[in-house]
Design a protein around this ligand. Structure first.
Ligand code: SF4
Length: 246
């Protein structure tokens, strides 16, 4: 799935942001520009690119992961987002997925012709703890969207999402831990619990990555980055694995 990052940079706004991978990767490989400085990137028009034969570089059916080094709804991008909606509208033969910790901004960021949602756009609402779930999910469920995912990552505590898991409204619950040297551990019992809640509600479930530290059977396992996705898959809990959430 190609990543389309039309802008880069973000501010930390909630508990899940503490060890944000964008900050971490900028510190290791960045151009020395502070991560909190939001700026347009060279891949601004990525889905429109042509190859040397003037064919579309990304064919019909391509699924783009949108804004994985920022937040699509960050305020600094308000003046640019209209052009991005134009591209998404133009490439209605492709699909686009973004997730956000700023779901309360979505209504004011939608294009005029959004109606009850576009079929080629899926939105994930991040909920890292119960407080953020109780704040964000009622808003999320009230918005006009065709495709909704709940992204419990980095999961920081046991969550009770039962009152929000409405089949037909939520297409997937995706769970992940935190990565990096200072990551907070993920308790496997929390994952099992959310898996049970999702299955009981008839909603597909994906444990997409373990994070760096997994608590299981009274032990803490350190999982190297390259195995965090495969180890999660090996838990055998997934009823769907579309690979939307990295
Ligand atoms: S919202 Fe996402 S990208 Fe922005 S600081 Fe938080 S974790 Fe990082």
């Amino acid at each position: 799935m190609p990543m389309w990052n039309p802008w880069h940079g973000c501010h930390k706004i909630s508990e899940g942001c503490r060890h944000c991978y964008v900050y971490r990767e900028d510190a290791a490989f960045g151009a020395g520009i502070p991560t909190m400085e939001v700026r347009k990137t060279a891949s601004y028009n990525l889905p429109l690119r042509l190859d040397r034969k003037r064919n579309r570089k990304f064919p019909a059916g391509t699924e783009f992961a949108l804004c994985f080094t920022s937040d699509f709804l960050i305020k600094e991008a308000d003046e640019w987002r209209g052009e991005i909606w134009d591209i998404i509208r133009h490439r209605d033969d492709c699909s686009f997925f973004f997730f956000t910790k700023r779901i309360e901004r979505l209504a004011e960021c939608l294009p005029d012709d959004w109606g009850d949602g576009w079929d080629n756009v899926a939105v994930g609402c991040t909920v890292e703890n119960q407080r953020r779930a109780d704040l964000r999910l009622p808003i999320f469920l009230s918005l006009p969207l065709r495709h909704r995912l709940v992204v419990a990552a980095p999961l920081l505590e046991r969550l009770d999402l039962r009152s929000y898991l409405e089949p037909g409204l939520i297409e997937e619950v995706s769970v992940g831990g935190e990565s990096g040297k200072y990551a907070r551990p993920l308790d496997f019992d929390w994952v099992i619990d959310l898996h049970g809640q999702s299955v009981n509600a008839g909603i597909p479930f994906c444990f997409h990555q373990t994070g760096s530290y997994l608590l299981k059977d009274g032990r803490t396992f350190r999982i190297p980055r390259e195995f965090q996705h495969s180890q999660a898959r090996k838990a055998g809990l997934n009823t769907i694995d579309r690979g939307l959430v990295k």
